[in-house]
Design a protein around this ligand. Structure first.
Ligand SMILES: CC(C)[C@H](C(=O)O)[C@@H](O)C(=O)O
Ligand code: SF4
Length: 471
């Protein structure tokens, strides 16, 4: 075993059931928990059914309907389209037959799977959580190793509580100093992705550390761990600290004694001081500015004060072609100030940025203001619990009075698998995590940014620096 180890290696070693090679990198890994959705689980259950297998530990799994459901104000169990209906029906059947708890569309705790998993206390420091969704990396904010798996791995997991796993290299991302006023966790992770590229952390697990991360709220850490997958990281961790323990305190249902014991163990979950990382990236927190994407990949991002880049300045042919294509798709011209880009839609939602803290930040910007003529704004809370909390704080009124639609929770226009979609050519300021071509609807144009920046863009009717609107 390695002498000094990173937190990542400790979690992997703790869950190793078997090693298949001398380098201890091809492993059979024990997985503590999973979350299942209606979209990626069907084939896994079909596989189990065909093989006559049962689920090894049904109580370690939770089913949540989130990807295909509508977000209209009135909730009904029926899905508006036959495809969604079939998926949710089969999901209900599978959860029932295999003994898995399900938060269906009418359940008071329904929401986006990653928001639900953390807020219901199912994710604890030191756990390994593998799930059929790439943004399972979110759980690193609580000191749990989360990663996405494909359908056949979901089946393997359900049958055995293990997955085959290749140990990753380790990337230490240190964010030093302090963030300026009005700079959000989303800006930190977007700055990182811009710096290292959309494949910059492929093959790596990230450990975030440094003064900025220590000062960051647990929700903020969820935002950065969630989006770490957009630079290719199949795992992101923050060493759990008092903030994490306070976040979990009322969620675990542990007795006082068990809680004390658990916290004592959780405090040991950190990289050894002399642990070696395969790579280190250092970002100066004070230099990070509110970010927006201008292209069709999360790394095509710039500080809001910048101009649309010029593909002609790019020496590499292939890169130049990509840039041109991105600008073409986005309907932008080189040299245009990002603040001159007019929007049609504003969307606040997704497992990246639709927790209560995100809604508060957006509401702070919107309080007493109206969104611009011609802009359609939507708020889709990350979960039904977030929605209730926001309503108890009166945030729904602030959004409604500003002209935003206040909707029910789900993935919604993060990936447009329901009826919340952009029309071709429509341009959206979005608090989500992916700006791929067609992600929010065929021909739709997505600009990623923080919730406060979305709110500011909605008011201005164009991309703008939220720091300029005094709160
Ligand atoms: C549907 C699912 C496979 C997908 C993911 O894995 O991330 C989705 O949640 C997304 O955000 O693109
Ligand atoms: S909110 Fe978006 S990123 Fe998150 S799970 Fe749903 S579709 Fe994926």
């Amino acid at each position: 075993m390695r002498q000094s180890r990173t937190l990542y290696d400790k979690l992997v070693d703790d869950h190793r059931v078997r090693s298949f090679d001398a380098a201890d990198s091809a492993l059979l890994l024990y997985v503590d928990r999973t979350v299942l959705n209606e979209y990626t689980s069907p084939q896994a259950f079909t596989g189990l059914r065909e093989a006559g297998r049962s689920v090894w530990r049904p109580e370690a799994a939770l089913g949540v309907v989130d990807h295909v459901n509508p977000t209209a104000a009135r909730r009904v169990r029926a899905m508006p389209d036959p495809g969604g209906q079939k998926q949710t029906d089969y999901f209900h059947e599978n959860c029932r037959d295999f003994g898995i708890e399900l938060y269906d569309i009418l359940h008071p705790l329904q929401g986006i799977e990653h928001v639900v998993m953390t807020e219901t206390g199912r994710v604890l420091p030191g756990m390994v959580i593998a799930a059929g969704d790439s943004h399972t990396t979110t759980y690193g904010a609580l000191g749990a190793l989360g990663f996405g798996i494909g359908t056949s791995d979901i089946e393997h997991y359900l049958a055995t509580q293990t997955v085959t796993y290749s140990r990753l290299q380790t990337l230490r991302v240190e964010v030093t100093g302090a963030l300026g006023p009005g700079v959000a966790p989303k800006d930190v992770v977007m700055a990182l992705i811009r710096e290292i590229g959309a494949a910059g952390a492929t093959g790596f697990a990230i450990e975030f550390c440094g003064a900025v991360i220590e000062a960051m709220s647990v929700e903020g850490r969820m935002t950065i761990c969630n989006m770490a997958v957009e630079c290719g990281a199949r795992g992101a961790l923050v060493a759990p600290d008092d903030k994490v323990f306070a976040y979990l305190k009322d969620k675990t249902g542990l007795t006082a004694e068990a809680w004390r014991d658990a916290v004592a163990v959780w405090r040991t979950l950190r990289s050894d001081p002399d642990a070696l990382f395969d790579r280190t990236v250092i970002l100066d927190g004070a230099r990070i500015e509110p970010m927006v994407t201008w292209g069709t990949s999360p790394d095509q991002a710039l500080p809001i004060g910048a101009v649309v880049p010029d593909p002609e300045a790019e020496p590499d042919d292939a890169v130049r072609r990509d840039l041109k294509r991105a600008l073409d798709y986005m309907g932008l011209t080189a040299g245009m100030p990002l603040e001159a880009v007019a929007i049609d839609r504003a969307f606040i939602g997704s497992c990246t940025n639709a927790r209560i803290e995100d809604l508060r930040e957006a509401a702070d910007v919107l309080r007493g203001r109206r969104i611009a003529e011609g802009v359609r704004g939507m708020v889709v809370p990350g979960s039904s619990a977030v929605k209730r909390q926001a309503e108890s704080e009166g945030l729904d009124k602030i959004f409604s009075e500003a002209g935003f639609e206040w909707r029910q929770s789900g993935c919604s226009m993060c990936l447009a698998m329901n009826d919340d979609v952009l029309a071709p050519g429509e341009r959206c300021a979005s608090s989500t995590n992916r700006n791929f071509e067609g992600r929010q609807g065929l021909g739709g144009r997505t600009h990623l940014m923080s919730p406060a920046m979305v709110a500011a863009a909605a008011i201005a009717g164009r991309l703008t620096d939220s720091r300029r609107l005094d709160r």
